[in-house]
Structure formats: structure tokens, C-alpha cells
Design a binder for this molecule. Structure first.
Ligand SMILES: Cc1ncc(COP(=O)(O)O)c(C=O)c1O
Length: 401
């Protein structure tokens, strides 16, 4: 990767080379002890990650999808419930809701932050739900099902606007499960509690993914549930391990959803570097912001709020000429991504649900305009200059057409 060489979208190789000895030691130790499932590596990582997230408990699982599914089930989501989330997310959010037995329903995003719009959540709850006289829980007027939980997604490393979401959830008796799969270490300032809060520490529980490209990524699959609720943590620990409370005593039917010891050991090593890597991402975001500022409205940089500290899992710009720009960057050897091109309500997998184009306009417009630029710890200022110069040249030539 010379100054004018190819620039990947993500570079995990360099990061792993720096830690190679430590990572190989984890693998060697697992081989020698034959400790592949559970044990001190998993328990140690769970302790460290709970501390990092400022929660009392962390339960390691096999993926972010497992984490969300187990958290929802353990929080008491029942067959047929409605669980609210946003259509502008990765499909795992709604897969986990459906697989917990519930029906996903959507609240549109705020087009500036790309996260759940609390005003739209309020409108949904006020206009579409009524309290059930017997249970006191809120029921969807036309679907006739109880609305029991909400899953705000902290997309791209930026936390959803949690204060008003928590307030609405308390009023409407909704359980809040954070989808923090892209937000390891993100923070938001709670006016209500007058302090900064870490992603994963705010809802009843939260789900994290350790998919390799995440800010904290395994060398394989991994995930975790964080919570301050001991009973919920206990249930998640059972669900991940075939519902057993002790070996071969199965209290419920569960899943095979454990975090393996090699991944836990690797994550434990990498966790020690996470705050530094997140700072590097923030610095790279600042440089992009500065270099792209002259383009004004034609390429819009990520929104920055004074009450949110993003960890820039992705650095996503918005532009009307997204497809053409992506092609141009690609031809210049610069890797990009689109996260995500089709909002969930328009995915073929949900065709039978009756959602249509126009139902969630902010998500639909965002999906047409977003472009993720190279972002990873170790991205150099020279590389960023090359990316932004290519964008600037394109913007100038495109404006002249
Ligand atoms: C927002 C979001 N939710 C859930 C998941 C699921 O995580 P995993 O791939 O580890 O199952 C992801 C992973 O990409 C994600 O980005």
C-alpha cells in the first residue's frame, strides 16, 4: 500500500501482524490444554468485556445474531409479540426478532443520524397502539398483537438517541435491547443521568458481534450479551448451551451458541488495544471531515452530535451520485462498501409481510445515497488524502457534466 497504490476498504492483515505472537500463543495454549469450549479464556474475556462496557455481566456467545436472539428470549419476548426496530440495519436484527418468535415492525430512522427517530417511535406508539385492559400492555390496533420490546441499532458506531427512547419504552412498557453489534466502545451523554454512558450498558441487555471486521473482531465468529440483570445473564448462559443449568440437566430447550475458547482468548488480547484503535478511527474520521469539507453539500460527511462519541465502525458519506462515485473510486483502486443497499422492509425475505416502497422514506433515501469509505486502524493520512482527492476530482467533473 504505497501512497498511490490500492487502498483496501478494511485492512485486518496489518493489525493481525502486529499481534501475531500474542495471537499464536492463544492458539498454542488451546492446543496444549485441549481447552476449546468454555473455561478460563471465555470467563476471562467475559469479565474484561463487561468491565469495558461498564456492565455487571457479559455472556459470550457464537455471534451477534445469537446475542440478539438470546437477549430477546431471555428478556421474556413471547411468541407473536411485536418487536420494534429500524428498517435501516443488517438483516440479523430482524432475523433475531423473528427467530425469537416475534414479529418485527419498523420505525423509520432520522436521516441525519441513521438511527431510530424517537419522534417516529412516539408517533407509532401513540397512533398505532392501545393499552390492553387486562394486561396493561400495549397492543397494536390492527395487528392485535402486544408490542413488547424495542431494538435501537447503534449503526456505524454511532449510538441511537437513547434518552427519549428509554422514556417512551418506560411509558409503553417496552423492553429495550440495544443492537450494539457495530458500536464497541461508543458513548452517548445521557441528560437524564448527567453522564456519558457506554453502548451496551443502557438497555435491559445489549448484543455485540465480534465478526472479524468489527471494531473488536474475532478470527472467526463471536458475539456477546451485556447486561446488569443477573437473571437475564443466567438465562442467556443457559440458552447458549442447550438450555442446561448444569451438565445434562436441561431446564429449557436451548441452542448451540457458545463462544469458543480460542476466539475468547483472541478477543481478550485484542480488547486491550480497542480503545487505542477506536481513537485512531476517530482521528481518521476527523481527517476525512476536514478534507471533505470543501465539497460542501455534494458529499455529506457523517453527522456529529455533541452528545455522542462515535467509534466509526464505518465512515459513511451521503451523495446523490453514489453509484458513479463508487465506480470511480473502484477504478482508482480504492475499496468502498454500501451498508446497506436495500432496507429490510424491501428485502425479498420479507415480501410476504406487505411492506412497500415509500413506507420508510428516510431509510429508502439513505440506502440510495450512502457510501462507506476505507476505515480501519492504521489507515494513513496519505491514504485518506488519496481517497478524498479522488472524490474531489470526481465531484468537480460530475458537477461540470
Ligand atoms: C447491526 C448488526 N446487527 C447484528 C449483526 C449480527 O452479528 P453477527 O454477524 O455476528 O451474527 C451485525 C453483524 O454484522 C450487525 O451489523
Amino acid at each position: 500500500m504505497t501512497q498511490h497504490g490500492k487502498i483496501p476498504f478494511v485492512d485486518l492483515g496489518t493489525l493481525h501482524r502486529e499481534l501475531e505472537e500474542e495471537l499464536v500463543t492463544v492458539f498454542r495454549s488451546a492446543l496444549r490444554t485441549a481447552g476449546f469450549i468454555g473455561g478460563p479464556a471465555v470467563e476471562g474475556f467475559e469479565r474484561d468485556f463487561a468491565q469495558f462496557c461498564e456492565t455487571q455481566f457479559c455472556v459470550g456467545v457464537n455471534s451477534g445474531t445469537d446475542a440478539l436472539r438470546f437477549a430477546l428470549i431471555a428478556a421474556g419476548v413471547q411468541l407473536g409479540d411485536i418487536v420494534l426496530t429500524v428498517p435501516f440495519t443488517f438483516i440479523a436484527t430482524t432475523e433475531a426478532i423473528s427467530q425469537a418468535g416475534a414479529r418485527p415492525d419498523f420505525v423509520d430512522i432520522n436521516g441525519r443520524t441513521f438511527t431510530m427517530d424517537p419522534e417516529k417511535l412516539r408517533q407509532y406508539l401513540e397512533t398505532q397502539c392501545v393499552p390492553d385492559e387486562v394486561t396493561g400492555r400495549y397492543v397494536h390496533k390492527t395487528l392485535g398483537r402486544p408490542v413488547t420490546a424495542v431494538v435501537p441499532v447503534h449503526l456505524y458506531g454511532q449510538m441511537a438517541d437513547m434518552d427519549p427512547i428509554l422514556e417512551l419504552a418506560a411509558h409503553y412498557k417496552l423492553t429495550v435491547i440495544e443492537d450494539a453489534c457495530q458500536a464497541h466502545g461508543a458513548e452517548s451523554f445521557s441528560k437524564k443521568r448527567n453522564r456519558w454512558l457506554k453502548a451496551g450498558s443502557i438497555g435491559r441487555a445489549a448484543a455485540f458481534s465480534f465478526y472479524p471486521g468489527k471494531n473488536l473482531g474475532a478470527c472467526g465468529e463471536g458475539g456477546a450479551v451485556t447486561t446488569n440483570d443477573e437473571e437475564l445473564a443466567r438465562k442467556v448462559a443457559m440458552l447458549r448451551d442447550h438450555g442446561q443449568s448444569k451438565k445434562y440437566y436441561h431446564d429449557v430447550e436451548g441452542y448451540n451458541g457458545r463462544l469458543d475458547s480460542i476466539q475468547a482468548g483472541i478477543l481478550r488480547v485484542k480488547l486491550r488495544h480497542l480503545s487505542r484503535w477506536n481513537e485512531q478511527r476517530r482521528e481518521s474520521a476527523r481527517i476525512y471531515d476536514e478534507l471533505l469539507a470543501p465539497l460542501g453539500g455534494s458529499v455529506i460527511c457523517p453527522y456529529k452530535s455533541s452528545s455522542s462519541k462515535s467509534v466509526y465502525h464505518l465512515y459513511v458519506v451521503r451523495t446523490q451520485f453514489r453509484d458513479e462515485l463508487q465506480k470511480d473510486l473502484n477504478e482508482a483502486g480504492i475499496g468502498t462498501g454500501i451498508h446497506y443497499p436495500i432496507p429490510i422492509h424491501l428485502q425479498a425475505a420479507y415480501a410476504s409481510m406487505g411492506w412497500k416502497q415509500g413506507d420508510f422514506p428516510e431509510s429508502e433515501e439513505a440506502a440510495d445515497q450512502i457510501l462507506s469509505l476505507p476505515m480501519f486502524p492504521g489507515l494513513t493520512a496519505d491514504q485518506q488524502k488519496q481517497v478524498t482527492e479522488t472524490i474531489s476530482q470526481f465531484a468537480i467533473s460530475y458537477a461540470g457534466r
